[in-house]
Design a protein around this ligand. Structure first.
Ligand code: MLC
Ligand code: AMP
Length: 515
């Protein structure tokens, strides 16, 4: 039987010439395919030498670097479970993830070692390493003594490969458990659907702690044996400057908005590019059209989730299942990808007809097994016939294109990062002098959507918005901080006493409108 391990599959697609360049960084470093293979072997051997139990979690909160990607590959090939964490998370957030996931290994930046290791050791983690974006840290110091050959662990399709925490609509974050089979099948299918070809070069400018940068982008390049031009941070000018040497780019809408503001963006600079892909948040029609007129390229928008990897995509070329539709249409997320079954249902679970709006449900080899140690939550999110309820609200039009029109989950997507109002409101409500709060998402020209906090003071308390923001900054990741805080005397409520967030969203719609 062939090995279902994702790394084994990626490795099988490396080019024959292992001395060719696999990754080129913005600081001028070149890594060959052989470097990826050997360095990830050394890291895998280091993990194995720690004699970790089967299924051990390797939690990683480090700045983006090629070595961090190698640690991901090493975790896969050693058969352990990768748990990436946003670098913006603060101590309370990290404490929750470590307590919940009980990782056997934690890897953090040297600058955070003091507080991260304290949390990790208190939670029973035995191994804490450091890894920095300049190739320093105890992880590499230890790995350098390990053998540079490693026999890839033998995995089954259902074996756990990664846990991605997604914030909960109520309460705490849930860890979505993705298997080797989920990710391998999705990566293989996208390779074909997006027409990856020989000679493709990917500009990688996304963070590598989420599905988009870690899975869709990295798997896409590796499974096609394609070189990556690796930027540790997104800088619009730097991405544009690399376009003449590349063919594929993936970004959240904010990245496209920021590049459109650059005078160096034009048709000539983008003429060698084959494909621009957008996702993780709604791409405005305005951005789609502005990109087409600035570069001559039509962005391909797709839709996915931590729980499912990629679900739908606008066509790269004609999709034979839909009367040869080859048009990439603005404000749609395209067709269900091959192997993904997608339906739109009403609240009773009845499948709806064309153009009727309801909850999007999905099924397929890409859909996760469930939430880490939350069997009840998992059961709630799946239907009796095995469909996962995405929490997104949408419709399928008469041509088969899926449209996302809203969300049943109370979620704000800001610059491609998810912010769950319930979490932020909990922190605000705990502050002295606060009686109650509501966080709503409003349109924003750069981040697409941002959070605005409406706060009611306790009787007699004098609340300052700046004090609330400062207090939140010490507790929460920066992207979760409301972009505006307004102290209000009351919140609109329905007859059941529930805050009417739709009215608040309407009221503050134009708070960040471009003047
Ligand atoms: C940064 N800030 C944000 C923010 N990013 N605020 C709201 N939303 C965000 N996304 C804060 C900073 O802390 C700072 O606050 C201020 O905003 C300005 O920061 P900046 O310097 O402009 O931000 P920058 O570092 O340039 O980051 C912006 C960004 C980044 C767009 C490059 O957010 C980013 O990389 N987003 C991509 C997210 C992503 O990969 N998502 C994929 C999820 S996977 P202050 O107060 O300090 O000034 C998924 C599934 C799927 O959804 O389908 O793909
Ligand atoms: P995450 O939990 O970070 O993986 O975010 C997944 C969510 O991002 C989805 O449930 C959608 O709400 C949203 N999303 C992803 N891609 C798109 C898209 N192209 N358009 C609109 N929303 C999207």
């Amino acid at each position: 039987m062939t090995n279902a391990n994702l790394y084994a599959h990626l490795r099988a697609n490396f080019p024959a010439d292992l001395n060719a360049v696999a990754v080129e960084t913005d600081s001028g470093l070149h890594y060959t395919w052989s470097d990826l293979e050997r360095a990830s072997a050394m890291l895998a051997n280091l993990l194995v030498s720690l004699q970790l139990p089967a299924g051990a979690r390797i939690a990683v909160q480090v700045e983006k670097s090629v070595e961090a990607m190698m640690l991901y590959l090493a975790t896969l090939r050693a058969g352990y479970v990768f748990l990436p964490l946003n670098t913006a998370y603060q101590s309370a957030e990290i404490e929750y993830f470590i307590t919940n996931a009980e990782p056997a290994v934690v890897v953090c930046s040297s600058k955070n070692f003091g507080w991260v290791s304290k949390i990790a050791f208190t939670c029973g983690t035995q191994n804490v390493f450091t890894l920095n974006d300049d190739r320093t840290g105890s992880l590499l110091e230890r790995a350098v003594h390990c053998l540079d050959q490693h026999r890839c662990a033998s995995s089954q399709d259902d074996d756990l490969a990664a846990i991605l925490y997604t914030s909960g609509t109520t309460g705490r974050s849930k860890g979505a458990m993705l298997s080797h089979g989920n990710m391998r099948s999705n990566a293989q299918m996208l390779k074909d659907y997006w027409g990856w070809q020989r000679g493709d070069v990917l500009i990688h400018a996304l963070p590598i702690f989420h599905v988009h940068g870690l899975f869709v982008a990295i798997h896409g390049a590796l499974i096609n044996g394609s070189k990556m031009i690796w930027l540790n941070r997104f800088e619009p000018k730097a991405v544009i400057a690399q376009m003449p040497r590349a063919t594929v780019f993936m970004g959240v809408p904010t990245l496209y908005v920021r590049m459109l503001a650059e005078p160096t963006l034009n048709k000539a600079v983008a003429s060698k590019m084959r494909l621009f892909i957008a996702g993780s948040a709604p791409l405005l029609k305005e951005t789609f059209e502005a990109w087409r007129s600035a570069t001559g390229h039509t962005i391909l928008e797709r839709y996915g989730m931590s729980e499912t990897v990629m679900l739908t995509s606008n066509p790269y070329s004609a999709d034979p299942r839909y009367a040869n539709q080859s048009e990439r249409r603005a404000a749609t997320v395209g067709f269900p990808l091959p192997g993904v079954s997608l339906r739109v249902c009403d609240e009773d679970g009845k499948a709806l007809a064309v153009n009727e709006i309801g909850g999007i449900q999905v099924k397929g080899a890409n859909v996760f097994a469930g939430y880490w140690r939350m069997p009840e939550k998992t059961q709630e999110e799946f239907t009796a016939d095995g469909y996962f309820k995405t929490g997104d609200v949408g419709k399928i039009d008469e041509r088969g294109y899926v449209h996302i029109v809203g969300r049943s989950k109370d979620l704000i997507i800001s610059g491609g990062y998810n912010v769950y109002p319930a979490e932020i409101e909990g922190y605000i409500n705990d502050l002295a002098g606060v009686a109650e709060s509501a966080l709503v998402g409003v349109p924003h020209p750069d981040f697409g959507e941002v959070g605005v906090a409406l706060v009611i003071a306790k009787s007699g308390a004098a609340l300052q918005p700046e004090t609330i923001i400062t207090a939140l900054k010490s507790r929460l990741a920066n992207f979760k901080i409301p972009k505006r805080c307004i102290v209000v005397p009351e919140l609109p409520r329905n007859t059941m006493g529930k805050v009417q967030k739709n009215l608040l969203r309407e009221k503050y719609q134009t708070l960040f409108a471009k003047s």
